[in-house]
Write a protein that binds this ligand. Structure first.
Ligand SMILES: [Zn+2]
Length: 99
């Protein structure tokens, strides 16, 4: 486990512990280091690069973004149906990702 410092929305320092061997949610390789994108996106994917330093192409980035958007929608729908079944608060739906 490693730790990284981020600022929260109130500009306060927060320390986050993460598993450096957990898979990056974009490339699937171990994240190794946290990035500005968070502890589940490796620094290479965060910068649009492969680990050999080459750039990811525009279409590869579009494909990944579409895939992530589709996955996020699936999670949202699953969560929504679970919440309807269990009448859990709907506040989670107000959290939006930057486009
Ligand atoms: Zn990655």
């Amino acid at each position: 486990m490693k730790t990284v410092n981020y600022k929260n929305i109130f500009n306060e320092d927060i320390e986050v512990e993460y598993d450096e061997n957990a898979p990056c949610r974009i490339c699937g390789l171990p994240v190794e280091h946290a990035s500005m994108g968070g502890t589940d996106v490796c620094p290479w994917c965060d910068c649009g690069k492969y680990r050999d330093g080459t750039d990811q192409t525009f279409m590869e980035i579009v494909y990944k973004n579409n895939r992530l958007r589709k996955k996020a929608k699936e999670i949202y729908e699953k969560r929504k149906s679970l919440d309807e079944q269990h009448s859990v608060t709907k506040i989670f739906y107000k959290i939006k990702r930057g486009s």
